[in-house]
Write a protein that binds this ligand. Structure first.
Ligand SMILES: Nc1ncnc2c1ncn2[C@@H]1O[C@H](COP(=O)(O)OP(=O)(O)OP(=O)(O)O)[C@@H](O)[C@H]1O
Length: 715
């Protein structure tokens, strides 16, 4: 579709790019970097800017994260624009400049080209041309050189699409059309049937008029609601989201959703076509149904994020630039609250206010069902920009929220490691976990499964594997995901690879020794682009550098731990750091002091996990996982792990044979003692009862579905 049309000005563009190569190493060939924006439904989430060079290798390269050699800042961009006499408006997340891909006489709104202030990525909303900051510089230089007022969008070279990709795209488009044309507006259904559907989805308070205005339909074969994605200058149909409803043990409904194109390419801000050009206020929700509720109850402009609380892709930011006030009401649980705080940073703190979840402020659709005043809830939202000094009065609602939602505050639970849930309670944002174990004991293999478990539940994960290459690591993870030796079942490879591809999993492309600054910049970049909330670094020794050999190497190590600590806190991102122990003695188990150079460094970690390896004659492969530090609630303990070689997974030995030892916090030097049995029983009981109160309103991702089905297999 966009295939190689070499048009006017291209030679100059190539020249400009070539001259830039001297300055920027990562500019390889302009042909592979400049592409007209594909219709959004066909975009790859990785598909722009720095990642364009990978596009041809869809399967394995799409999830790799490189970092530009020279990170760009908003000041750099502004300076450059001034030097080229390009006028700009300083927006919230983007700089707005006149489009260079439109004839000035075209009469369109002047400043329609948006440059992301963090990445330099640009998007022209009128022509949908997009590219990296370097691409834009090349274009501006060509215009200057050739004394042109504008460039044709087609001056840019198309990126070659493989036959397979082309077929996929066409198949998807046909599927979108098929679903849309065979679904019916709810208002066309007999009243009784429409009411039944609304009851099923627990949206009886949503009127037919609202459903009609947003174009919601019913796809009868699967009894799914269909939410359309209209986009582009021609507002054509780009995709659909299908929502089905399942009743659960509680009286609340559980939603399952599927999109065409698949979730990673689904960039719909649902509700956007209904927003007026002059609207200055918007309510951003985490779900299409919530936007229906907000719109009906308040009449305010509203849009729903395509992947809810999971991420806010920067490619959507230009569409939110027109609003002076953005209210984030992403749901009614702690996860939504955390996500709204993070998204508001991307959107610009000063214009954002957040609806704090709570008993009286559930998600919008539930608030509507319970007869609450939605306008009042939105009015009572709190500004996102927080002050440096606060009083308890400002904190008391936060504290209350933590007290009533203990289970959610404890973080995401592992589905494959219940023992770890009992000790650590869950995986929380913003923490630093240090993990160690003897050489070759299985650290990478174990952490791989631990991280995969979380990733399958929607935790956006970034791997920095410096020791083993990404192909090998992905092979380990895929084996653990499929829970079988794929070498022997190659016919199943595509089935599992397709599912695996849907996971929010990314890899840094580093290998071998790395500079810590480059690694941190890459992590920061990935947090911005993909809302990463778990980074795994395997392992810290690869950041120690050669030049520091004369310095105390443990002091260097401790410094690096401090740097990751800071990153975890500032980015609200969990960092898991694998470290080789400083000393290993054959007959002694490792302890916290085996890792750190100083007590200060061990203070930096929130959790310390050790893979203990006892050379037992009876169980030669047996390992144990010991938690020696847990800042969240102090519980520490150890439990045995069996290694299942065929699937490269770990499992707790059958009950009765080995029991979980859970001990109260104690000085590290002391030997572990048997925990207080009575206390342990009570705690486990208590936990079981809290587990029963699950979050009911969760849209299951396909990955989460796979997680639970595999869990079923395991059980
Ligand atoms: N519990 C186990 N029992 C036996 N073999 C294991 C066990 N866990 C992992 N392995 C295997 O041992 C090998 C090394 O595992 P892995 O690379 O995960 O260890 P590591 O501790 O990360 O190594 P290093 O110290 O070199 O970083 C792999 O082939 C893995 O499949």
């Amino acid at each position: 579709m966009w295939r190689g049309s070499l048009l006017r000005g291209t030679a100059c563009l190539l020249q400009a790019a070539a001259s830039r190569c001297v300055r920027r190493r990562h500019v390889s060939s302009l042909c592979s970097r400049l592409v007209p924006h594909r219709p959004p439904c066909l975009q790859s989430p990785w598909g722009t800017g720095y990642f364009l060079a990978h596009r041809g290798y869809k399967k394995d390269a799409k999830s790799t994260v490189d970092f530009p050699v020279t990170p760009i800042t908003a000041t750099d961009i502004k300076q450059y624009l001034r030097s080229k006499e390009v006028p700009f408006h300083d927006g919230y997340s983007c700089l707005h400049v006149p489009s260079i891909f439109m004839e000035p006489s075209a009469g369109k709104d002047g400043f329609s080209l948006f440059i992301d202030k963090t990445t330099g990525q640009f998007l022209c909303k009128d022509t949908l041309v997009e590219g990296s900051w370097e691409d834009l510089q090349d274009c501006l230089e060509v215009m200057q050189k050739e004394e042109q007022d504008f460039l044709s969008p087609h001056v840019l070279l198309g990126y070659p699409e493989s036959i397979e990709e082309q077929e996929d795209r066409e198949r998807e488009l046909r599927e979108v059309q098929r679903i849309w044309s065979s679904s019916v507006p709810l208002s066309d259904l007999p009243e009784e049937e429409a009411q039944l559907i609304k009851t099923m989805f627990q949206i009886t308070k949503i009127s037919n008029a609202t459903l009609k205005r947003f174009g919601v339909r019913l796809f009868k074969p699967t009894k799914s609601l269909v939410f359309p994605w209209f986009g582009g200058p021609d507002s054509s149909l780009k995709g659909v989201k299908l929502l089905s409803a399942q009743s659960s043990d509680t009286d609340r409904v559980v939603y399952n959703e599927a999109t065409v194109p698949k979730a990673t390419s689904y960039y719909n801000l649902f509700g956007l076509p209904l927003v007026g050009r002059m609207d200055l206020e918007v309510v951003v929700t985490g779900h299409e149904l919530d936007s229906l509720a907000v719109s009906q109850a308040t009449g305010l402009p509203t849009v729903a994020l395509p992947r809810g609380v999971n991420c806010l892709p920067p490619v959507l930011l230009p569409y939110l630039e027109q609003f002076k006030r953005v209210t984030l009401w992403l749901g009614g649980d702690i996860r939504s609250w955390e996500a709204s705080k993070i998204f508001s940073r991307k959107l610009g703190l000063r214009r954002c206010s957040l609806v704090r979840p709570g008993e009286f402020r559930p998600c919008p659709v539930e608030a509507l069902a319970r007869g609450k005043n939605l306008s009042q809830i939105i009015k009572s939202s709190i500004p996102a920009a927080h002050k440096s000094i606060v009083s308890f009065k400002q904190l008391r609602e936060d504290v209350y929220g933590e007290l009533v939602n203990t289970d959610q505050v404890a973080g995401v639970k592992w589905t494959r490691f219940p023992e770890l849930n009992r000790i650590l309670k869950g995986h929380r944002r913003g923490e630093l976990t240090v993990f160690t174990g003897p050489t070759g004991s299985g650290k990478t293999t174990f952490i791989s499964e631990l991280a995969l478990d979380l990733c399958m539940q929607g935790v956006n994960t970034l791997w920095g594997s410096f020791e083993i290459n990404n192909v090998r690591l992905a092979k380990i993870m895929l084996t653990q995901f499929a829970m079988q030796r794929l070498e022997e079942n190659l016919e199943q490879y595509d089935f599992w690879a397709d599912k695996f591809e849907e996971l929010p999993l990314y890899f840094m492309t580093f290998h071998g020794q790395q500079n810590i600054k480059t690694v941190l910049d890459t992590m920061q970049h990935a947090v911005y682009l993909y809302d990463i909330n778990h980074v795994i670094i395997d392992n810290l020794q690869f950041m120690m550098g050669q030049e520091n050999l004369s310095v105390d190497k443990f002091a260097v190590q401790d410094h690096i731990i401090g740097v990751f600590r800071k990153f975890a806190t500032n980015s609200s991102c969990h960092v898991t750091l694998i470290i080789h122990p400083r000393k290993e003695e054959d007959d002694r188990e490792l302890q916290t002091a085996s890792i750190f150079g100083s007590a200060k460094a061990s203070q930096e970690a929130d959790n310390v996990l050790i893979l203990q390896e006892k050379k037992l004659v009876t169980c030669p492969g047996r390992r144990s996982l010991q938690v020696t530090k847990n800042r969240f609630d102090g519980d520490v303990g150890i439990f045995p792990l069996d290694f299942i070689k065929s699937s490269l997974t770990f499992a707790t030995p059958l009950k009765g044979k080995h029991r979980l030892r859970k001990v109260a916090p104690k000085p590290e030097s002391e030997e572990d003692e048997e925990g207080d049995a009575v206390k342990k029983k009570e705690e486990i009981k208590k936990e079981k009862s809290t587990k029963a109160t699950k979050t009911p309103r969760t849209a299951k991702s396909p990955a989460a579905g796979a997680a639970s089905s595999q869990k079923g297999q395991q059980d």
